[in-house]
Design a protein around this ligand. Structure first.
Ligand code: ZN
Length: 160
C-alpha cells in the first residue's frame, strides 16, 4: 500500500468525468488499498479516485463505522434535505454549507465485483453524494447553500 498525492484546487483533472470500471483487476484493487490509506492519512471521510489522479469510477468512504469500497457507484434513491458544513481534501482549508438529500440509496460493486446496495443518512448520505459527484467532475462548491437555506436549517445565529 502507498499514500498517493491528492490533486487540489485548480488541477483540471478534478473537473473531468471518470470512466466506468469494466474489470476489477489487481490495478483496481491496489488503487482501492492506496485510496483508503491516503484517505486515512489525510483524515478525510471519503476519497474519489480522480482525487489521486485516476479517472475511474471508484470511491472509498469511512464516516467512522468502517471502510466502504464502492466501484461504479450510482445513487438510486434520494429523500429529504439537509444543510450542513462540507469540506473536501481537494480544496484544503475551506468549508461551507451545502444542500444535500438527507438519505440516499446507492448501488455499487464491491472488490469481488458483486453488486451491493448501501443506505446512507446524514453524514453518510453527504459523503456518498460528495464522492459520487467527484466522479462526474462536480465539486461541493457547486452545491453551496444560499443564505435563505442556511437560515431555514440553522436560524440566524449561525450567520452573525
Ligand atoms: Zn471531495
Amino acid at each position: 500500500m502507498a499514500v498517493r498525492n491528492i490533486r487540489i484546487n485548480d488541477d483540471p483533472i478534478l473537473r473531468k468525468k471518470s470512466r466506468e470500471v469494466t474489470e476489477i483487476d489487481d490495478r483496481i484493487k491496489t488503487l482501492l488499498d492506496d485510496m483508503a490509506e491516503t484517505m486515512y492519512k489525510a483524515e478525510g471521510v471519503g476519497l474519489a479516485a480522480v482525487q489521486v489522479g485516476v479517472l475511474r469510477r471508484v470511491i472509498v468512504i469511512d464516516v467512522g463505522d468502517g471502510l466502504m469500497e464502492l466501484i461504479n457507484p450510482e445513487i438510486t434513491e434520494k429523500d429529504g434535505k439537509q444543510c450542513e458544513i462540507e469540506g473536501c481534501l481537494s480544496i484544503p482549508g475551506n468549508s461551507a454549507y451545502t444542500i444535500r438529500p438527507f438519505t440516499v440509496k446507492v448501488r455499487a460493486q464491491n472488490r469481488e465485483g458483486k453488486w451491493c446496495m448501501y443506505k446512507g443518512e446524514g453524514l453518510k448520505a453527504r459523503a456518498f453524494c460528495h464522492e459520487i459527484d467527484h466522479l462526474n467532475g462536480i465539486l461541493y462548491t457547486d452545491n453551496l447553500a444560499n443564505e435563505d437555506e442556511i437560515n431555514e436549517f440553522h436560524g440566524n445565529e449561525d450567520n452573525k
